[in-house]
Design a protein around this ligand. Structure first.
Ligand SMILES: O=C(CO)[C@@H](O)[C@H](O)[C@H](O)[C@H](O)COP(=O)(O)O
Length: 226
């Protein structure tokens, strides 16, 4: 399983990259607005992220029609070799994904909430598919179960004939809110979990690690004073 960082914050990306923990970054319009991002600086900002991270960096198109998404996507793909264009799972998005894949541009189909949406995304040539966990939990449904169904359905088939360079489509579990979400995603075989920095920090922690470390340090002090 790989981890992407779900943020547009350069400090968080630099810190997490220094831990050797992340294989990529995902951003979205909300995350960019959260850091006070400006439209005029968007492409430069994505470039800065691409310079820090040695792996795919998802940048979202906010266009709504096929042609606009394709135009937007081709421009985003020009920013750096590791840009992945994020496209919403909708009819225009599927058509744009097919077109972008033909141009050799990898697409991450986002806002995916069902097995049929995921299979359609894979057929259209998406390189990544992002089902959301937390948003289901927000409406009192089981987000983990939905993502597990999508992982199973996608793994039932070979979609390599549709993707750029015949690469295998990968599932990015998104809207991850807790370390337990990560545990369950790993057990169900999700390829990637994209996690906010706060969740990444919690993933490192365990109270028994802290307790064990504390007792080792105390015993080592005894050794020094013996
Ligand atoms: O779609 C992807 C990754 O491909 C993510 O960036 C996705 O937009 C985010 O995980 C979600 O928007 C965050 O969701 P939430 O925790 O705010 O509900």
């Amino acid at each position: 399983m790989k981890f992407f960082l779900d943020t547009a914050d350069l400090n968080e990306i630099e810190e997490a990259a220094s831990w050797g923990a992340i294989a990529g970054v995902t951003t979205n319009p909300t995350l960019y607005s959260r850091i006070g991002g400006k439209l005029s600086d968007f492409h430069n900002h994505i470039k800065r992220i691409c310079d820090i991270v040695d792996g795919p960096v998802s940048a979202e198109s906010v266009a709504m029609t096929r042609d606009e998404i394709v135009r937007d996507g081709l421009q985003l793909a020009e920013i750096a070799d590791n840009v992945v264009v994020k496209v919403p799972t909708m009819v225009e998005g599927l058509a744009a994904t097919k077109e972008l894949a033909k141009h050799g541009v990898p697409v991450n189909m986002t806002l995916c909430f069902s097995v049929p949406q995921a299979v359609l995304a894979a057929r259209a040539g998406a390189r990544y598919i992002s089902p959301f966990i937390g948003r289901f939990d927000d409406i009192s449904e089981d987000g983990l179960e939905q993502v597990a169904n999508i992982v199973t359905a996608i793994n039932n088939y070979d979609f390599t004939s549709s993707t750029v360079n015949g690469e295998q489509v990968e599932i990015i579990a998104a809207s991850v809110r807790s370390a337990n979400h990560v545990t369950q995603c790993a057990l169900m075989g999700a390829d990637i979990a994209t996690v906010p920095f706060g969740v990444l920090k919690k993933m490192v922690q365990h109270p028994l690690t802290d307790r064990g470390l504390d007792s080792f340090m105390k015993d080592w002090e005894k050794v020094q004073n013996a």
